[in-house]
Design a protein around this ligand. Structure first.
Ligand code: SAM
Length: 331
């Protein structure tokens, strides 16, 4: 199934594409946002995706849009280098649609889904350690941390213990075997949600360093956007949304929780590098969620770049887990 873009109208409304302006679509996927941005005005656009399987869709758009569109296979955390290598310096808008695409989930051989038997891979790109590397090589405590922090799995220690026990028999190489081990570890009656949902999500976030990438992208966006440039981020779970919200609020000069009617939230510090048009995230309307269940958890946040300099501190992510580099060194 091809990917149906989530909240496309809201994204275009937030980005306000203008003639002659240059944009980045950091998560090209099936190109839904990119086509929308190129059709909305006489824009120029850089499409980025780390997944080589999107190349045919990118080539098709290159043929249709000519010089207005360039695609680069890269991680969006590296977007500053991408722009530099294309000879640019600043951009007028950046959009990120975080997460996996329907194509990635649907391809059993990519190993993203516990519903489809396949190799335990889960990488969006073709580089780096796989989910099988993580479950077979990491220690029990590190695995438990990953399930707890990235999956918010309350029984993370139990899941990790069962995995470490099972891999003594033979390495865990497939999605269905891992899903069964996790189901056994959680036992009892299950809710409507499959017991492996949270742990699979956690492994995917770990293997793709998703929060690290988001932190890098937020920092890069602050440097790349010209004054009045727009950053539009669509997220699908709370860890990512919290990162975007905290980043934008802090860059606006608001404290983490924001202020109140009586206590202004402005703190002494560098001049705000972003301005918010709304404190609240935009969510999808019923007309969309009725036909596309993926849209139910989507949240869109928008920041408008000011003229102030980029702040020197780097955005943080709540990733107190073993690093992907450590796993890579173990292989
Ligand atoms: C939800 S899909 C995007 C769909 C797209 N907006 C559309 O309309 O077709 C997310 C895409 O982002 C890519 N992606 C995720 N994280 C990435 C990263 N750090 N760097 C580059 N691409 C990434 C995935 O490979 C996937 O193709």
């Amino acid at each position: 199934m091809s990917h149906v873009p989530v909240m496309l109208d809201e994204v275009l409304h937030a980005l306000e594409p203008r003639d002659g302006a240059l944009y980045i679509d950091g998560t090209f996927g099936a190109g839904g946002y990119s086509r929308g941005i190129l059709s909305a005005a006489e824009t120029r656009l850089i499409g980025i995706d780390r997944d080589p399987s999107v190349l045919p869709a990118a080539d098709q758009l290159t043929r249709a849009a000519g010089k207005r569109f360039a695609f680069v296979q890269a991680a969006f955390g590296d977007m500053e280098n991408v722009v530099k290598e294309l000879g640019g310096e600043f951009v007028d808008g950046i959009v990120l649609d975080i997460g996996v695409s329907s194509m990635q989930i649907d391809q059993a051989e990519r190993g993203f889904s516990f519903m489809r038997a396949g190799p335990l891979d889960m990488r969006m790109s073709d580089k780096g350690p796989t989910a099988a590397d993580a479950v077979n090589r990491l220690g029990e405590a590190d695995l438990a941390d990953i399930f707890y922090v990235y999956g918010e799995e309350r029984k993370s220690r139990r899941v990790a213990k069962f995995i470490v026990e099972a891999r003594k028999d033979s390495p865990i190489e497939t999605t269905d075997r891992l899903a069964e081990i996790i189901s056994n570890s959680l036992g009892g009656k299950h809710s409507k949600i499959h017991p492996a949902t949270k742990s699979f999500q956690a492994l995917r976030i770990f293997v793709n360093d998703e929060l690290g990438e988001l932190a890098k992208a937020l920092s890069a966006a602050e440097k790349l956007l010209s004054p009045l440039g727009r950053l539009v981020v669509v997220t699908f779970h709370s860890l990512e949304d919290r990162m975007v919200k905290t980043f934008l609020r802090s860059r606006c000069g608001m404290s983490g929780g924001g202020g109140s009617r009586h206590v202004p939230a402005v703190e002494a510090g560098p001049a705000p590098s972003f301005r918010l048009l709304s404190r609240k995230a935009v969510v999808a309307g019923a007309a969309e969620t009725d036909v596309n269940p993926r849209a139910r958890s989507a949240k869109l946040r928008l920041g408008v770049r000011t003229e102030a300099e980029a702040w020197s501190d780097k955005p943080q992510h709540p990733g107190h887990v073993v690093s992907l580099d450590r796993l890579e060194m173990m292989l």
